[in-house]
Design a protein. Structure first.
Lengths: 349, 259, 368
């Protein structure tokens, strides 16, 4: 039919010798002959191929744009906070709340934030790791998944409800415990009395935060415990190790980086948690005792004061938010960095 | 009429790694050509360059020419999508679309490209393609059922029906029977024999008996060692390759002395 | 005779040095009794009883094991008790919270609560209902509307951006530098404190429309900042498990990449994606802090997210507890707060349940 088809293949030269106009129409004839004109793809060949190509370009462009937008948003979070916070740093120190400049205002509530998060982690980490071990290695196989869901439910409850629970249910119950602590262990600085009558203290905040952090640490640790190479576990058991010895020899060393980063993520959450603190704590000046009212966290300071704030006070609170943002960003970046490195490491094995 | 493929001095790279070196081969129209060789010799990689499927892997590129009836697939103006419409492919493991019915699987090439097609034309195309893949009688009563409900061999024939529904000129098959039982394999081999009346078929296989059974010509690929590129060692009539090969390595391989 | 011999040998070979299996239960029973006695001494309470029983049981059982089976087994047993104990301890707050919300929320959950707003409900109204014992007036209708509207807009913003980003990461980026950077910062974004997300939206709109711009839409933007990373991560996971063979099958049919993605890849993963989106909605629907700083608070119905302050369920709970409508008679406010909390938990649980149902009902049918 077409010349050139029967040429010896390699004398034909490159395809640029073949006029493109001779290519397409000719093929239509062949294909129509062959398929009695019912060949549907024949039509597509008449379509300019550029239309479809544009679709590809648009779609990949749009999805790229979405990805870049996310980076831009994160970047602009920092920029907008910085712009809106700026007046605070240049303002006359006497105009800042407290009258002694921004540093004197922010440092106590940074310390308060760190105290609350530390209490939460001290309580939550051992419990969360034990719960993760329970689900991954101790619970009956059939129920393990269901137990996992139950722990995830803890994460699903909105923080304002934890706050309300801490305010109305937990704090009054703890008040008696605090009174006992202040009476009997008052010589330890953190339990110095007189204890709060309402129980709305930093320790209560720490406990509520611990409840909120447990599911976060648990779910990540659980995932990593389950990734322990079963060969290592079986090797330990084959040597006659008890279950705990197997966990200590095979599971925990393998999971250590994962546990550390899970704890860091929990820390990030505890640092930034707002409502539980805003509802549970009776804020006040920085005090060492955890059973007295007092102390404040950045997030709660913002939430409590922002609705009525205007002018410089608004800038001040945004500056506080910026500080919180930077702290949590650093904590989260360290956590993610550990996870990423761990992934690469275990992938290489 | 012609659907021949001529490959000239083709090198295939993955980034900097040369995977297949300097292949020159002329594949006859309307025949079955088998590629055989040990694992990792580049025969599948080479097969994928024949319809530019290797481009799906980032960093893969080729040097040289692949001519379909004299037109270079790698001409800069050629859209790989057009190439794949002309040169279909069947994969190692049957891969029907799990979200689609049997009928929609056959029509996938048409529907996914948003081509308008009347219902009667679609019905005719489905029947023709399924008959072409020797599957019509087995599935005609359950065209609306999901394609993943079929047996492995039926799924593979569904994939062949799907490939021929876009009416390609060439069908490439990458070890199409390696995931199937002997009876399904036989059905596919019978089908390949029928397909060559209309299409040029190129099949990669690990199974030398299969190559001997279905192919007209056979190409033997080999690799000098790990990290070295795969090469085309010998290409001839299948009977010659299996009974009277001219290269020692081919003889060793087909007689089962290595590989 | 013979059977007796085998039995005896078995005991002597493999179960030597093991306590009989009922030993644990004996210790447990003893601990319960001892716990009851001790707690009675210091003033009986269920909590005290449970705590003392647990401590006595763990200590005794460990000592008994150490004596009967050796130190290694005792350690193993102790850890087992602690691990089980930790799980029970973690369940306590969950049970307590759910119990509290149910117990205090159900009495307030009435037709009146669901379908009236707080418009016109003042301290005097609450005082009257306390003094006269009449039903508590006012409800959360405006807050439910606000929550639904704000969440709807946040979803509308987040889903396309999150979905497309995930598509970019899985289908186009394929581990290049930009994709790795996006993945990293999406992970970092999941850790942004919600109040900071709220401040961001507030600062953004303050720059654009002047300070003090507070509307439902600002809140929706704030929630999107929290929601997008969740959508990206879950969608990414789902797209990754779509077998590559399906993409190749489509490409080999001459289907373009964008059509392959929109017509093959996404439909195959749609159940997982939908379930991820549902979970992300569940995550943000209970957010309070970002709403406080972006949408303000309203006690009447506002259907317009683009103008005016807006009430939501979480802020409703917060303000009803912290600043009761009538400072002298806070009970009606507390009752409304718990009813709203119950409503909110129901919404979140339904969303979680829905996500699991979607995931299991429309799980991708794999051929293998």
């Amino acid at each position: 039919m077409e010349t050139g088809r029967d040429r010896p293949p390699f004398t034909a030269g490159t395809s640029s010798d073949v006029p493109s106009s001779a290519r397409t129409p000719g093929r239509h004839c062949i294909r129509n002959d062959r398929l009695e004109g019912k060949d549907v793809s024949t039509n597509s060949l008449k379509e300019p191929t550029d239309r479809g190509r544009a679709g590809d370009k648009i779609f990949s462009g749009v999805s790229l744009a979405a990805g870049v937008l996310i980076l831009a948003v994160l970047f602009s979070v920092a920029v907008f906070l910085l712009v809106q916070a700026a007046p605070t740093f240049t303002a006359d120190p006497t105009e800042i709340t407290g009258g002694e400049g921004f540093a004197a205002y922010i440092v106590p509530i940074i310390i308060g934030t760190v105290i609350a998060a530390t209490i939460a982690l001290v309580i939550a980490t051992p419990i969360a790791i034990a719960v993760a071990l329970f689900i991954s290695h101790y619970a009956p196989r059939r129920l393990a998944r269901a137990f996992g869901y139950v722990i995830d439910l803890l994460a699903a409850i909105p923080s304002v409800i934890y706050g309300a629970w801490g305010y109305i249910v937990l704090a009054p119950q703890l008040a008696t415990v605090y009174a006992w602590l202040a009476e009997n262990l008052g010589w330890i600085p953190i339990f110095t009395g007189p204890a709060s009558q309402t129980g709305k203290t930093m320790l209560t905040v720490g406990i509520v935060l611990a409840v909120m952090v447990i599911p976060i640490i648990t779910s990540l640790s659980r995932e990593i415990f389950l990734q322990t190479p079963s060969l290592h576990e079986e090797a330990a058991l084959a040597m006659g190790a008890t279950r705990w010895e197997m966990v200590r020899m095979a599971v925990l060393p393998f999971a250590r980086p994962g546990i550390i980063s899970a704890t860091m993520l929990g820390l990030g959450r505890a640092l930034g948690e707002t409502m539980a603190v805003a509802l549970v704590l009776s804020p006040g000046a920085l005090v060492a005792s955890l059973v007295k009212t007092g102390n404040q966290t950045i997030a709660a300071e913002i939430a409590l004061n922002f609705p009525e704030a205007f002018g410089l006070r608004l800038n001040e609170l945004i500056a506080a938010g910026l500080v919180l943002f930077v702290i949590t960003l650093i904590v989260n970046m360290i956590a993610r960095f550990i996870i990423t490195r761990h992934k690469e490491f275990s992938g290489a094995n | 009429m012609s659907n021949r493929i001529d490959v000239k001095d083709l090198n295939v790279y993955y980034s900097k790694f040369l995977a297949v070196e300097d292949v020159t081969i002329n594949i006859d129209a309307r025949s079955v050509t088998a590629f055989i060789g040990p694992s990792g010799c580049g025969k599948s990689t080479f097969l994928r360059t024949l319809n530019r499927m290797h481009e799906v892997i980032p960093g893969a590129r080729v040097e040289g020419e692949v001519l379909l009836d004299g037109d270079n697939l790698y001409d800069s103006a050629v859209d790989p999508v057009t190439v794949r419409g002309r040169i279909g492919m069947v994969f190692q493991r049957p891969n029907p679309f799990p979200t689609m019915s049997i009928r929609d699987n056959v029509l996938a090439g048409v529907k996914l490209n948003d081509k308008r097609i009347s219902k009667s034309d679609a019905d005719a195309l489905v029947e023709k393609s399924l008959r072409g893949a020797n599957l019509w009688n087995e599935v005609k009563d359950r065209l609306a059922r999901p394609g993943s409900g079929l047996s492995g061999g039926q799924q593979q024939r569904l994939c062949i029906a799907r490939a021929i529904a876009v009416s390609p000129q060439v069908i490439l098959m990458d070890e199409p029977c390696s995931a199937l039982d002997p009876i399904s394999t036989l059905a596919i081999e019978d089908l390949i024999n029928e397909l060559k009346a209309q299409y040029t078929v190129v099949i990669v296989t690990h199974n030398m008996q299969q190559a001997a059974r279905v192919s007209d010509k056979t190409a033997f690929f080999n690799i000098a060692g790990t990290g070295k590129p795969g090469k085309l060692i010998e290409y001839d009539e299948t009977t010659t390759i299996f009974n009277n090969p001219s290269v020692k390595a081919t003889e060793d391989y087909v007689s089962g002395r290595f590989g | 005779m013979a059977a007796n011999q085998t039995l005896q040998r078995r005991q002597s070979q493999l179960t030597r040095g093991r306590l009989p299996s009922y030993a644990v239960w004996v210790v447990l029973a003893a601990s319960v009794v001892l716990g009851a006695a001790l707690s009675a001494l210091i003033g009986f309470s269920v909590v005290g009883w449970a705590v003392i029983t647990a401590v006595v049981f763990v200590v005794t059982a460990t000592i008994v094991t150490a004596v009967g089976e050796g130190e290694r087994r005792a350690k193993d047993r102790l850890v087992t008790f602690l691990v089980y104990g930790a799980f029970l301890l973690a369940l306590l707050p969950l049970v307590s919270v759910l119990w509290t919300v149910l117990e205090r929320g159900i009495p307030g959950l009435s037709y009146n609560f669901l379908f009236t707003s707080m418009n016109g409900v003042t301290g005097a109204v609450d005082n009257a209902s306390v003094e006269n014992g009449t039903p508590v007036l006012g409800g959360a209708y405006h807050a439910v509307i606000g929550t639904l509207l704000i969440t709807f807009w946040a979803t509308l913003i987040s889903v396309p951006i999150g979905l497309l980003t995930a598509v970019y990461l899985v289908e186009y980026g394929q581990g290049n530098r930009l994709a790795r950077a996006i993945t990293f910062f999406v992970d970092v974004m999941t850790g942004i404190p919600s109040i900071v997300a709220g401040l961001f939206a507030a600062a953004l709109f303050a720059l654009l429309f002047g300070p003090g711009t507070r509307t439902g839409f600002v809140a929706a933007v704030a929630l999107s900042v929290l929601m997008i990373p969740v959508v990206v991560r879950s969608t990414e996971e789902m797209l990754k498990i779509v077998p590559n063979e399906l993409r190749e099958a489509a490409y080999a049919l001459g289907v373009r990449k964008w059509r392959t993605i929109t017509r093959v890849v996404i439909p195959t993963a749609i159940s997982g994606i939908a379930s991820g989106v549902t979970l992300s909605i569940a995550r943000v629907i209970g957010e309070t802090a970002p709403i406080l700083v972006t949408a303000g608070f309203a006690s009447s119905i506002n259907w317009n997210v683009f103008s005016g302050w807006m009430g939501t369920l979480p802020t409703f709970i917060y303000y009803q507890i912290l600043t009761p409508t009538s400072p002298t008679a806070p009970d009606p406010s507390t009752q409304r707060a718990w009813a709203a909390a119950l409503l909110l938990i129901l919404m979140v649980m339904l969303l979680n349940l829905g996500a699991r149902l979607i995931a299991s009902m429309f799980a991708p049918k794999t051929s293998r």
